[in-house]
Write a protein that binds this ligand. Structure first.
Ligand SMILES: [Zn+2]
Length: 317
């Protein structure tokens, strides 16, 4: 809401984040070339987390970075029109450090839209195998009835991995770990080991009901499993960076995981009782959480229902 990007592409005013994300994604599908040329009106800024580790928290999405003598590594790079402002923000920390790596947490355009810009300027793009596969072909996001065109070849990750990959830069050990069938089928969580910090991509929407891209192989079961895995790999001092919403800690992630589990169990109870989705959505399942969360609880229940009634896992891209 603070960023001009939203004002350029979406009507002014407070909208639930999921709606804004949907609108932005649809805008990407419809007007890729023309609408993404305006930089944000308010320059984004990296905030220090620990030595060499910085986070840029914004409405468009959160970027975690290692910035130092070896150069810059970014986790996620927002949209094409915000790439330069991310670069400018990194140069405000270290004027001469080149952007050497970008890790995409998944294929969605609000996480990989800067890829072409950064790759053309020398960065190596890194992501899970399925990120490259989905970016390389037109995708249909059924949740938003939107066709997303294939990304240009130059925007596709050059280095891909199946299970995990470790990069070392600025004295930091950075490990990207695949979390199967969570928000999509290509999600990675990215740990900065020395900084004891993890970027969770869209597996974690902090303070909002999550979007689960079931059409891209996502499922609530996978999101819950990923949250449990990260909880098992972290401690009370770990800083946890969601892709959207404020940075938090293990207790914040644990509360989110408990919400997911509770909602999934209640939706499953409705399914077991033979109720159709519309009846399950009338049960006020998300109401206890709504005061602390943005977004559309009923839409979230739809994603959960679709996950729990899917026949097997969706086809790979
Ligand atoms: Zn996403």
């Amino acid at each position: 809401m603070r960023h001009g990007y939203d004002d350029d592409m979406v009507n002014k005013g407070k909208m639930p984040v999921i709606v804004r994300i949907a609108a932005l994604i649809i805008c990407n599908a419809a007007v890729v070339a023309s609408a993404q040329t305006q930089p944000p009106a308010v320059a984004p800024k990296f905030e220090p987390m620990s030595e060499g580790t910085h986070v840029l928290v914004g409405d468009v999405g959160n970027v975690l970075a290692s910035i130092g003598a070896d150069g810059v590594l970014l986790v996620d790079d927002q949209y094409p029109n915000t790439a330069r402002s991310i670069e400018t923000a990194a140069k405000a920390i270290s004027a001469t450090a080149p952007i050497r790596y970008v890790i995409n947490t998944h294929w969605h355009v609000d996480h990989s839209g800067g890829n072409l810009y950064f790759a053309r300027n020398g960065a190596t793009l890194v992501a899970h195998d399925n990120v490259r596969a989905r970016m390389g072909a037109e995708q249909f996001m059924k949740a938003y009835n939107a066709r997303i065109p294939a990304a240009p070849q130059g925007a596709l990750p050059a280095i891909t991995f199946a299970a995990d990959i470790t990069l070392r830069i600025n004295g930091e050990t950075i490990q990207a770990i695949h979390m199967p069938n969570a928000h999509t089928d290509g999600d990675a969580v990215v740990f900065f080991r020395n900084a004891n910090t993890v970027h969770m991509g869209d597996i974690f929407f902090n303070g909002m009901f999550p979007f689960i891209d079931t059409g891209s192989g996502g499922s609530v079961q996978g999101v819950i499993a990923a949250v449990d895995k990260v909880l098992a790999m972290t401690d009370a001092k770990t800083r946890i960076v969601p892709a959207h919403g404020p940075v938090t800690d293990r207790s914040g992630l644990a509360a989110y995981g408990a919400m997911l589990r509770d909602v999934a169990a209640r939706v499953q109870a409705g399914i077991d009782a033979g109720l159709p989705l519309a009846e399950i959505q009338k049960r006020n399942i998300t109401a206890p959480y709504a005061k602390n969360m943005e977004g559309d609880g009923e839409k979230f229940i739809g994603f959960v229902h679709e996950s729990l009634t899917a026949k097997g896992l969706p086809a790979r891209p």
